[in-house]
Write a protein that binds this ligand. Structure first.
Ligand code: TYC
Length: 99
């Protein structure tokens, strides 16, 4: 078989290893601890215990890892956090960065 083009190699490796993105929650002074725990349980599927530990870590260290996802899923989680926060009148934000 002829040598693969850069494009073919890229397609092959990106299908096998799609890039992953870390999603972080950011601390602020106004969002309630209870709301953050609820977000971690409902959007990031954490148990109550895990959610409380992540929330306290964010409160203490300014940001905390909520999960690692493909680009589309990470983007959706960030948007869901932003929509729920807005609806509830909290400034809570999530960010994503390539792993
Ligand atoms: N710092 C907030 C408070 O004292 C709690 C908080 C935790 C807010 C985590 C955002 O991502 C966050 N009420």
């Amino acid at each position: 078989m002829a040598t693969k083009t850069d494009y073919e190699l890229h397609e092959e490796t990106s299908l096998k290893h799609p890039k992953k993105y870390k999603v972080y929650l950011l601390n602020d002074d106004y969002t309630s601890m209870e709301f953050v725990v609820d977000i971690l349980m409902s959007i990031f599927h954490k148990s109550y215990e895990e959610a409380e530990a992540i929330m306290l870590a964010v409160h203490k260290h300014e940001r905390g890892l909520c999960g690692v996802y493909t680009h589309e899923i990470a983007e959706t989680k960030v948007m869901q956090v932003s929509r729920r926060a807005k609806e509830s009148g909290f400034p809570l934000k999530a960010t994503m960065e390539e792993e």
